[in-house]
Design a protein around this ligand. Structure first.
Ligand code: BDR
Ligand code: CA
Length: 511
């Protein structure tokens, strides 16, 4: 029996209802875009993504792998949010979850060019991607036939000159090694897009959070952003290259803190078109992939609220560095950060690599400017790095929502016993009652979880109600698995089971 909102009671139900009503009142795609201003070309862009997969990197992967305007050549991983082994595993798992295990993943640097590595378990958890029960085990391992730097070079240099983009959303260690070993690549690529740095001093009006009650500009130290602070020498090397700098776009915290995953955004992503089509979205028919990204944002929101006292929504940094490549019209490069002003600002970047670096600086015991990003404005008409100051957040969240819908269509989404297949426009009706037993025995017999089964086959056994396997053991339903709870006991009465359902849903919402 599907869980219905009208069976929920108390404060949690009211809170939940309110959030949904507000979301419905402001549909994500409600933004009117002036067609005359859209400069996007319909051509596709080839990109290589370099990331340290944590929570926001997962969104960068989703956008890179599921936007029809982009051709994702491959992904290199770097230490950062967690050690390299974890960021690589997380990358493969996210690709698995979105049905793109065909994208080659190459593990890169385990640490900075000349310093000790630092990680961010306080923000992303020990695994680098804590807080979700919906992440499948990757079935396609990372590649080891060549190193990450050679893989990046081979893929990017094989594209026609001036067409391929490199997107970096972690520390710049891999990227620095790439251009150090292959300087000619700087001329060859179309551009470099980097999430990193923070400018501060009123560069934008975005709140950057507080540190011991004082305003801060950085998120790792008072002055520095995590990706740049982690390997300041690498950042300095990359940004001081004049050929690269004129084709670089920087997405700093001053911009990403305008791209907030508010409650509306999160529930919009969780329910997708269901939220727009139904009065009462039904949680039991939400796909695993939507739950995954919802849970990722929920975890990220908690750490940002605790660490930075930012409660309006989580800044979702990394996907912006991907979006700016194919939707530059949604980013505003002028001193007002406004859509209507001329898109004319360029900067020269200076990275501070002097000063203390390490635990005492990170804990705030010692003040140091190491890792700070300083942007010097280039006189009008000059060449330099683009740093947008404003963006169209609604339209950008809309792009992400579309990627989730596309993913669902690709991996197949079960809705009340109907199976939608990747390419078919018509849902293929499948007799889930008779087909189910086979799938269930595959899951049990093969000793794989439902998510693993779904990720590797694109099919999802429809285990909605309590069922026993041949040995009389209760099977875990899809919902139970995604909520991380134990299989339900059939001996309980219907009303006891309903009470369980309510409690599960309330817990899920409160998470
Ligand atoms: C950056 O640091 C990492 O924690 C995030 O993934 C993002 O790339 C934000 O400072
Ligand atoms: Ca990152």
């Amino acid at each position: 029996m599907p869980m219905r909102l009208d069976r929920l009671r108390g404060e949690a139900a009211e809170h939940y209802r309110q959030q949904i009503l507000e979301h419905l009142a402001q549909p994500m795609h409600g933004t009117k875009v002036d067609a005359g201003k859209i400069t996007t070309s319909l051509q596709s862009h080839s990109i290589w993504l370099d990331c340290d997969t944590g929570h926001d990197d997962a969104f960068a992967i989703l956008l890179a792998a599921r936007s029809p305007e982009l051709r994702l050549l491959g992904i290199s991983t770097v230490y950062g949010n967690a050690p390299l082994e974890n960021t690589t595993r997380n990358t493969c798992a996210v690709l698995e979850a979105i049905g793109r295990r065909d994208v080659p993943v190459y593990p890169g640097a385990t640490g900075p060019l000349q310093r000790e590595a630092c990680f961010a378990p306080g923000i992303h958890g020990e695994t680098g991607l804590d807080g979700t029960t919906c992440l499948p085990k990757p079935t396609a391992p990372a590649r080891t036939d060549k190193g990450a730097v050679e893989a990046m070079f081979d893929a990017l240099s094989a594209e026609p000159p001036g067409t391929a983009w490199l997107v970096a959303v972690g520390t710049l260690s891999n990227v620095a090694m790439l251009f150090n070993r292959h300087p000619e690549l700087a001329e060859h690529i179309a551009g470099l897009s980097v999430m990193g740095g923070c400018i501060g001093d009123g560069f934008t009006k975005a709140p950057l959070g507080t540190i011991d009650g004082r305003q801060r500009r950085g998120n790792w130290t008072e002055f520095a952003e995590f990706n740049i602070y982690s390997d300041p020498e690498a950042a300095r090397f990359v940004f001081s290259n004049p050929t690269l700098s004129r084709k670089t776009t920087l997405i700093p915290l001053d911009l990403t803190h305008q791209f907030l995953a508010t409650g509306d955004v999160k529930f919009g992503l969780l329910f997708g078109s269901q939220a727009r089509m139904r009065n009462e979205p039904d949680l039991s028919s939400v796909s695993t992939v939507r739950r995954l990204f919802f849970e990722v944002l929920t975890f990220f929101a908690k750490t940002y609220a605790v660490m930075f006292d930012l409660r309006a929504g989580t800044p979702t940094h990394d996907p912006l560095a991907v979006a700016v490549i194919f939707r530059p019209d949604l980013f505003y490069c002028n001193s007002d950060g406004a859509a209507d002003s001329p898109q004319d600002e360029r900067f020269q970047l200076e990275i501070v690599s002097e000063g203390q670096h390490g635990a005492a600086v990170e804990s705030g015991e010692i003040a140091s400017h190491c890792g700070q990003t300083i942007a010097h404005a280039v006189p009008a008409g000059g060449l330099g790095v683009r740093i947008p100051r404003g963006l169209n957040d609604k339209a950008l969240w809309g792009l992400i929502e579309s990627c989730l819908s596309r993913t669902e269509r690709h991996i197949g989404l079960e809705i009340r016993g109907e199976r939608r297949e990747a390419s078919g426009t018509q849902p293929i009706r499948q007799n889930v009652d008779t087909g189910q037993e086979d799938m269930v025995s595959l899951v049990r017999g093969g000793n794989v979880t439902l998510s693993e089964f779904e990720a590797s086959t694109g099919l999802m056994p429809d285990i909605k109600g309590p069922m026993k396997d041949k040995g009389g053991k209760f099977l875990q339903t899809n919902k139970e698995e995604s909520l991380g709870v134990k299989p339900r006991d059939l001996s309980r009465s219907e009303s006891e089971q309903e009470a369980d359902d309510d409690a599960e849903l309330v817990n899920f919402i409160k998470k």
